[in-house]
Design a protein around this ligand. Structure first.
Ligand code: ADP
Ligand code: MG
Length: 366
């Protein structure tokens, strides 16, 4: 018997052996593969093919082609009687986490059974859970700190007002008017601090957003107005290229202002010597999309995946919460947020919000 005939004979023999229980293998969600010690495949059920992205009627011949992660030595040791189990990630046909258990087959010295389970859903939900627990604890901490800052700010603000009143009663002189100017600037800055903390606390509060039908650009326009002087000082130009009539969304204006504030602030901080922030919009049947592009320093490829993690920052004075809060706000609106970036060229943040008509359907279905 030559090699090929020998293999076909073994496949037929294995299938004959399996024929009585094959209906069971066909109906379970785990993939089952039977192979010999060389990695020649004798049998594979539909679930195995499905998990590994092979069409159901395709013939598969060697294990190394479909599961290169399992090496020949390992396979031989399984055929020799050692059971083994491994978990890994496969990228094709889609990103999946799989668990592979390999066991020797009773009475067949030269064969191994490979059982493949798809752990993707389990893994993703655990990861999401860990992530949201992490986020919840950070939010609690951050809101505690922000709350604590309220009292001293309040006290500074009262004393600055008192100082201004005292100054008003004093005799006018050049140095007194300089002092008055300084105290006024301090008052304005304290008021700004107070505003930031209020915003911050509002955005951190896990309460359900207060939705109203709005143009998603309206809170952006307000945020840009608020930052207008700072943008000018930094020599940053705005290029706004938006549709005349954008479909409305269901949005919480205050939350969206916080979202835009975080994004525009990051764009500003990414530009040392001035530059451009471009705002562009588009929409389709389901979504309204807003892209915010800056000509800043960009983000390293290996850092881009960490941007939304709490505490991830590349700035000496950064807190690493801005993007996490941004993502939370977008999520609470049923939308999505994405980043494209090139080091030294700039970054685009892409936001997409469900159109109002669509979102109402989703909320009604909840
Ligand atoms: P922080 O601004 O306090 O560092 P963020 O969560 O807002 O925290 O941002 C996290 C990190 O993401 C930043 O430190 C920066 O490295 C990167 N980043 C975010 N937006 C941009 C941007 N527009 N350009 C370049 N880097 C950015
Ligand atoms: Mg930031």
């Amino acid at each position: 018997m030559n090699f090929k005939e020998d293999k076909i004979a073994r496949i037929i023999r294995a299938n004959k052996r399996l024929s009585r229980i094959e209906s069971i293998f066909r109906s379970i969600k785990e993939g089952i593969i039977l192979t010999d010690a060389n990695g020649d495949i004798l049998y594979a059920n539909a679930a195995a093919k499905n998990i590994l992205g092979i069409s159901e009627d395709a013939q598969i011949f060697t294990l190394s082609k479909i599961l290169p992660q399992i090496d020949a030595i390992e396979l031989r040791s399984v055929c020799g009687g050692t059971a083994s189990q491994r978990e890994f990630e496969i990228a094709y046909p889609e990103r999946r986490f799989i668990k592979v258990c390999m066991t020797p087959v009773d009475g067949e010295k030269e064969e191994a059974a490979i059982i493949i389970s798809d752990l993707t859903n389990e893994r993703i939900s655990t990861r999401d859970k860990i992530e949201s627990e992490k986020i919840a604890s950070v939010l609690k901490l951050a809101s505690g700190v922000a709350h604590e800052l309220g009292n001293p700010i309040n006290s500074i603000s009262i004393h600055l007002q008192l100082a201004l009143k005292t100054i008003a009663k004093m005799e006018e002189s050049a140095s007194l008017s300089r002092l008055k100017e300084s105290v006024e600037i301090c008052s304005q800055e304290v008021a700004r601090l107070d505003g930031i903390i209020r915003h911050f606390l509002k955005a951190l509060r896990p309460a359900r957003p207060d939705f109203a039908e709005i143009n998603p650009l309206a809170p952006l326009a307000e945020t840009l107005k608020f930052l207008q002087n700072e943008l000018q000082d930094l020599n940053i130009k705005l290029e706004i290229n938006t549709e005349n009539s954008l479909p409305s969304i269901l949005g919480d204006t205050n939350l969206l202002k916080q979202l835009y504030f975080n994004l525009i602030k990051n764009a500003m901080e990414a530009m040392d010597l001035g530059g451009v922030i471009k705002i562009a919009t588009s929409f389709d049947d389901n979504f309204v999309k807003i892209a915010i592009t800056d000509s800043g320093c960009g983000i390293d490829q290996d850092e881009i995946t960490r941007i939304f993690e709490p505490y991830f920052t590349t700035k000496t004075d950064g807190h690493g919460l801005g993007m996490m809060i941004a993502a939370e706000i977008v999520k609470s609106h049923g939308g999505s947020i994405g980043i494209d970036s090139r080091k030294n060229e700039g970054t685009t943040i892409r936001l997409s919000f469900p159109r109002k008509d669509k979102r109402i359907r989703e909320i009604m279905a909840e």
